[in-house]
Design a protein around this ligand. Sequence first.
Ligand SMILES: Cc1cc2nc3c(=O)[nH]c(=O)nc-3n(C[C@H](O)[C@H](O)[C@H](O)COP(=O)(O)O)c2cc1C
Length: 234
Amino acid sequence: MFHYFKRWFPSKDEVLKPKMAIQQAVSLLRREYDGIPLDKESVDADPLKQFSDWFAIAVKEIKNDPNAMILGSANRDGQPATRTVLLKGFDEEGFIFYTNYESNKAKDLAENNKVSLTFYWPDLMRQIHIQGAVEKISDEMSDQYFKSRPAGSKLGAWSSKQSSVIESRDVLKENLRSFEKKFSNSEIPRPSHWGGYRVTPHRFEFWQGRLNRLHDRIVYRFEGENWVIERLSP
Ligand SMILES: Cc1cc2nc3c(=O)[nH]c(=O)nc-3n(C[C@H](O)[C@H](O)[C@H](O)COP(=O)(O)O)c2cc1C
């Protein structure tokens, strides 16, 4: 394999020469990917096990937010929206995250339960893309997780009407103060507008960056009662 990129791929210092406008520099930002091979034969037959293996490596190797994932939604008009949320649990039933049940994303999810999740770990040259259907988890499960959160996060959930327009940051400070007072002598309960969702997957794609942009893409799609494994062209 030719490693000719080493000759002509510029370093970040070269790209960010003071006299070069960032608009010009952006097209020079590139790197080669030389991850370890990913094959239909070497992946686990069970996509959840494969996810679990990659996720364990990400948790070990990635300094910040290895559990950050991009949640893609679309409203009833088909307008897509994406945002980052944190994965807080996964098992055979699906992938769990927590949020505000009155947020913009919650409105999308109520109109259209088809979603995607994307993990990207640049240092591992790996991406996992999941498609599935979303549903709210039980109140008991949300209560249980809410109890485990630090007091500040609990009060934050009470204080923010997520995705609504506010006049200034003072609104949040004021709300925080009033909820601190309200719950000063009692346990902070879970607000009914806050809880979890579970994404039940029907498709997984594991992407491993490889040389010359000839990346490995291994897809699992649920057909009948089985997971069918296929390789896609990069
Ligand atoms: C690293 C990171 C983690 C985040 N985790 C969450 C989360 O777990 N839940 C959440 O509601 N928002 C989380 N957010 C904020 C969301 O990206 C988003 O701004 C917010 O949920 C409002 O989105 P919406 O208006 O589409 O509903 C996170 C943002 C970042 C950058």
